[in-house]
Ligand binder design. Structure first.
Ligand SMILES: [Mn+2]
Length: 328
């Protein structure tokens, strides 16, 4: 028992009455699917559950069972346990961080490689393809049934974090769990239709703007795209509408590092993607961000042109490191 953080998490949740479940800012399918699935399981175990996310649920995810129950701020109540899902560091909680930290027991469930840990119980497994994989295992430990709604939420997490079972993190463990979720009632066709075929008009306009801004460097090994505040305004779109755009940039033959820069509230948010063996989490960490080897993010408080210069410099060094040192 001691030493297995997921079992310790199950234990703590088992004896809690009021539980707070928190997602990361700029929410993706994994953080929301994990929180929603765990919330449903805890609810059927008789717990009082509150779901929070500092940002709005993006349109493609609004079909997820329970997604209309997210609050944007933590209510002024006492919680027995707070769980942060898929958060690589406290800063990923955004404005929720202080209230989450106030709970007497804070649990982190995550699969990122970052070392900025803040929980009393740290259930982090960077070999898991998605946080939803860990939540699946946690719900099993809680001896709660996987209902069709829980299965749907967990499937979204695994599907989106593996790029529809295409990324390097797609392994037998995640495929087996995904198959089991289908047995429990998740419908892969319906889920994919919602997540990938339900873009807002604004999101599609932004995709066009981003692709128009494409630039290639280092013989086409580094590609950048940028979205300015004016682009967001003319498309009538928000940062939530940029999900997936960076993958179009990365998909260009020969590109090893793809960077999407977005001008948001006077700062520049950056999504980084790479092909193995290039580690973009390392590049993101230079700017106070983090993530996974092939998918990472950071925020740079500089004008967009300067942010791009600094990023390119770091990306060139990252490329050099990847091709001069043996893989870890
Ligand atoms: Mn994740």
């Amino acid at each position: 028992m001691i030493g297995d953080p997921l079992e310790m998490a199950a234990e703590a949740l088992h004896s809690a009455a009021k539980v707070l479940l928190a997602c990361h800012v700029n929410p993706d399918g994994d953080t929301m699917g994990s929180a929603l699935a765990l919330g449903l399981a805890l609810h059927s175990a008789g717990k009082e559950v509150t779901l929070v996310c500092a940002d709005e649920v993006p349109l493609p995810y609004r079909f997820m069972p329970g997604s209309d129950s997210f609050l944007r701020a933590v209510p002024e109540e006492a919680f027995d346990v707070a769980v942060a899902l898929d958060c690589d560091g406290e800063r990923r909680l955004g404005s929720l961080a202080p209230a989450v930290r106030r709970a007497p027991c804070v649990i982190e469930i995550d699969h990122h490689t970052g070392t900025d840990r803040f929980g009393d119980i740290v259930a982090v497994d960077s070999t898991a393809a998605a946080t939803a994989v860990l939540v699946y295992e946690l719900i099993r430990l809680l001896a709660q049934p996987i209902t069709a709604d829980i299965a749907t939420n967990l499937f979204v997490g695994i599907m989106t974090d593996t790029g529809s079972f295409r990324f390097a993190n797609t392994r037998a463990r995640s495929l087996r769990i995904a198959a089991e979720l289908v047995d429990c009632g998740a419908d892969p066709y319906q889920i994919a239709d919602h997540v990938y075929e339900t873009r807002s008009r604004g999101a599609t306009l932004l995709l066009g703007q981003a692709l128009n801004s494409l630039r290639l460097y280092q013989e086409g090994q580094i590609a950048t795209a940028r979205l300015t505040a004016e682009d967001f305004e003319s498309a009538g779109a928000s940062d939530a509408d940029t999900e997936g755009i960076v993958n179009h940039v990365r998909a260009i033959a020969g590109v090893q590092i793809a960077l999407l820069l977005r001008e948001i509230n006077g700062k520049v948010r950056v999504s980084l993607r790479s092909r193995e063996p290039v580690d973009v989490a390392e590049i993101a960490r230079e700017f106070g961000g983090g993530g996974h080897r092939v998918a990472a993010g950071c925020t740079i408080p500089l004008p967009i042109a300067q942010a791009e210069e600094r990023l390119l410099d770091a990306a060139r060094r990252g490329l050099q490191r990847a091709h001069s040192s043996p893989r870890p």
